[in-house]
Design a protein around this ligand. Structure first.
Ligand SMILES: [Ca+2]
Ligand SMILES: [Ca+2]
Length: 170
């Protein structure tokens, strides 16, 4: 006889399954800081709360430019595979309603080609994603960023659980 409590249990049961096997991002969950990321026209800070674990990153506009953003540094994929598809999935939220962009870029000779998706965010965590197929045999890197062009004091948004993977070749 099988105890009812054993039916439908999670495969590992300890709650520590890797949520993103093969993740190419060095610091995806911001549990110990913001290393692996840099801010552009913004300040990055580790904040309490989060979609996964107990912390997230908050990106707040400082001054200048046409967008403010958080960019992976160094780039997450230094040697991308031509023809491969890379997909980024992450969660965002903001205290006030904002439109946030998630971009994934292919870098060739210092020039970037980006696939960008726009999401409306409010107080709830929202899943966002974007994907890119590497076209150039000379591609030097694939990287990701999160950005917002609402440039007023106090404009901020949060990101957590960044998952960047190479999808199976079709
Ligand atoms: Ca987290
Ligand atoms: Ca980067």
């Amino acid at each position: 006889m099988i105890p009812a409590a054993c039916l439908g249990a999670p495969p590992d049961g300890d709650g520590n399954e890797d949520p993103c096997p093969g993740n190419l991002v060095s610091n995806p969950s911001f549990e110990q800081g913001t290393f692996g990321w840099s801010g552009f026209a913004s300040d990055l800070s580790m904040v309490d709360g989060g979609w996964e674990g107990s912390h997230a990153v908050e990106i707040c506009y400082t001054s200048g430019d046409t967008v403010y953003s958080m960019d992976d540094s160094p780039n997450s994929v230094p040697a991308p595979t031509t023809g491969a598809i890379y997909e980024v999935v992450a969660h965002i939220r903001s205290e006030s309603a904002r439109t946030v962009q998630v971009g994934i870029r292919e870098w060739v000779a210092g020039e970037a080609r980006a696939e960008v998706e726009f999401y409306d965010s409010d107080g709830e965590w929202t899943e966002m994603s974007s994907a890119l197929r590497v076209e150039s045999p000379e591609a030097e890197a694939v990287d990701i960023y999160f950005a917002c062009d609402e440039l007023e004091a106090g404009s901020c948004f949060q990101v957590d659980a960044v998952c960047l993977r190479r999808l199976e070749d079709q």
